[in-house]
Structures are given as structure tokens and as C-alpha cells.
Design a protein around this ligand. Structure first.
Ligand SMILES: NC(=O)c1ccc[n+]([C@@H]2O[C@H](COP(=O)([O-])OP(=O)(O)OC[C@H]3O[C@@H](n4cnc5c(N)ncnc54)[C@H](OP(=O)(O)O)[C@@H]3O)[C@@H](O)[C@H]2O)c1
Length: 281
């Protein structure tokens, strides 16, 4: 029997690239999207710009299932994702897996929650995954402070966070895309333990052989840093707001979703620090 053709949005990104790898390893046909220009669409790679809607219709041609996310940098995630949900509905896909973020369902009018509600009421088979803060933020967004100042610089107070390794998110998403077992459910995805930023700094220190410390900054400094890095003002404001939720302790809860779906424990901070050893050098 022919295996499903699965569309993966954000396929070159942290979560998407590992989904593509895992699906291909299991013999599925994958169609990746990119917002970068392509000479010509192929079965395997199509141009989609979610900010303009360009390429969406063509991307869904002959597709059986889809993984959707909203790229970072866009504060109105509903506007980004909704046209894709509508196209999936129009074509009657067998299933859609949507990644949002832990906590978005606390506010029914938040853009991400509106996208979730649209998918839930689409009549399609779906899963929604809501990951907590990624461990991979330390080797990407927060890496400059770690490398240049030996510091994790964030306005996170001493809050605990059940950080998740993005590789676990990809494994969960892959499983949900190829299985009907968990249809029409939403899952909060976390790592195995809630730890503070001093703990993460200590784990990175052990592996790197350098003394990395967590240093609390102010929200204003954090916001200014995001703007200096080129983020749009509305997205920088969004990040400052959700970092405030983190600081208040809303990111500490631990769930068993990764184990329930994949059958194995989520990756611990120590393992992540080890696996990304090259990033700290
Ligand atoms: N980081 C966290 O701690 C965290 C926590 C919870 C939830 N999340 C959610 O996770 C998502 C980000 O996932 P990620 O880290 O895997 O993303 P990522 O690594 O930044 O990758 C995003 C992908 O989107 C594509 N893209 C960029 N602009 C686009 C556009 N205009 N149209 C279509 N595609 C575009 C990019 O590929 P091309 O350049 O090839 O187009 C890129 O591969 C966000 O929705 C965020 O809210 C993140």
C-alpha cells in the first residue's frame, strides 16, 4: 500500500527538519515547504510564504497529512496558520498536526488559541501539540551571551521550567502524523523535570569545562536585546510577555505526554548539554 504524502511546514527549522528526517526514515513521502525562493516547485520542496499566503494552494496538492507551525517573528500566529488550516479542510486531509505553545489555551482570544479552535472545529482528524520552552533556545537565541559573556542573560527570576528538547517534539509529531491512536487530542509537551536557569548553566558548565552562570536581567533589557537582534516590535513584546509568565512559574508543570506518545522518557537537560557540546565551545 502506498504510504501517505506528508506536508511539513517549517521543514528547515529546529522541529521541522527532524520531523522530515524521521518521516523519511520510516519510508514516508515528505513535501517540505520553504519561504525562500525555489527555481521550481517539486514533489519534495515547495515555496510557501505564510506571511503573504503565496504558494499555499499548490503546496497541498495530493497531500494526505500535514504538520503546521507558525514561524517565529510573527505575533499574529492565527493569520499565519489559518489559511493553511482552511486549505487542509477544503481538501479533506486525513490528518493535521499543529504545533502551538504551552499555555496558549489559557486565553481563548490569543492568536495561537484561535488557530487551535479553528482546527478543532474543522471536522478533520487532528492533534495539537503545545511544547514548553525549548532547550535548543540555549544553543540558538541565548547563545551569544553564553559564548561572549559566559552568561545566560534572561529576566527569568529563579523560576523553574520543564524545558523540552526539540528532538522530543519532533518524535512526538512524527508519531502523531503516522498513527491514528491519539486522534483529536491536544498535548502539553515538557521535559522530564522542572529546573531553574542556574541548573541549566551548571549542566552546560560541566560539559564545556567553562564556568557559565545565569544572570538575571530586566524585562526592558531583554526586550531591547530582541529588538537589537532584529525582531519586529510586536513579536519582541510578545516574547517579553511570555517570559513574564515563565518568571511567574507558569512553565514549571511536568507532563507525561512525551512518554505516553513515544514510549520513552523525554531527554534530560544533562543529555541535551552533552549532545550540543560543540555549541558551548
Ligand atoms: N523556542 C521555544 O522555546 C518555543 C516554545 C514553544 C513553542 N514554540 C513555537 O515553535 C515554533 C517555532 O518552531 P522552530 O523553532 O522549529 O522554528 P524555526 O527553527 O525558527 O523554523 C521555522 C521555519 O519556518 C520557516 N519560515 C520562516 N518564515 C516563513 C514564512 N514567512 N512562511 C513560511 N515559512 C517560514 C523557515 O524556513 P525557511 O527559511 O526555509 O522558510 C524555518 O525553517 C513557533 O511557532 C514558536 O511559537 C517555540
Amino acid at each position: 500500500m502506498k504510504k501517505d504524502l506528508i506536508l511539513v511546514v517549517g521543514a528547515s527549522g529546529t522541529v521541522g527538519s527532524e520531523i522530515v528526517r524521521q518521516l523519511k526514515a520510516q519510508g514516508y513521502s515528505v513535501r517540505a515547504t520553504t519561504s525562500k525562493p525555489v527555481k521550481e516547485n517539486t514533489e519534495e520542496l515547495v515555496h510557501v510564504n505564510m506571511a503573504t499566503g503565496e504558494g499555499i494552494k499548490a503546496a497541498f496538492e495530493n497531500v494526505d497529512k500535514a504538520f503546521l507551525l507558525s514561524p517565529p517573528g510573527f505575533a499574529d500566529q492565527y493569520a499565519m496558520v489559518s489559511p493553511l488550516i482552511q486549505e487542509a479542510k477544503r481538501r479533506g486531509l486525513k490528518k493535521v498536526v499543529l504545533m502551538t505553545a504551552k499555555g496558549v489555551n489559557a486565553n481563548p482570544s490569543s492568536p495561537f488559541r484561535r488557530a487551535e479552535l479553528e482546527l478543532e472545529s474543522s471536522g478533520l482528524n487532528y492533534n495539537i501539540i503545545r511544547p514548553n520552552w525549548f532547550l535548543q533556545n540555549f544553543n540558538t537565541f541565548w547563545i551569544q551571551g553564553i559564548k561572549e559573556q559566559k552568561k545566560i542573560l534572561l529576566p527569568a527570576g529563579n523560576a523553574k521550567v520543564s524545558f523540552i528538547d526539540a528532538r522530543d517534539i519532533s518524535t512526538v509529531a512524527t508519531k502523531l502524523l503516522v498513527s491514528e491512536e491519539f486522534n483529536n487530542q491536544a498535548f502539553d509537551l515538557t521535559g522530564p523535570q522542572a529546573v531553574d536557569h542556574d541548573y541549566v548553566a551548571a549542566e552546560i558548565s560541566k560539559v564545556s569545562g567553562q564556568e557559565i552562570k545565569y544572570k538575571e536581567t530586566t524585562s526592558d533589557e531583554f526586550g531591547a536585546g530582541l529588538l537589537a537582534a532584529g525582531l519586529p516590535k510586536d513579536y519582541a513584546d510578545f516574547m517579553v510577555t511570555i517570559m513574564g509568565f515563565l518568571r511567574e512559574g507558569y512553565s514549571a508543570a511536568v507532563t507525561d505526554s512525551v512518554k505516553k506518545i513515544t514510549g520513552r522518557d523525554p531527554i534530560a537537560v544533562s543529555q541535551y548539554a552533552q549532545d550540543y557540546k560543540k555549541s558551548w565551545m
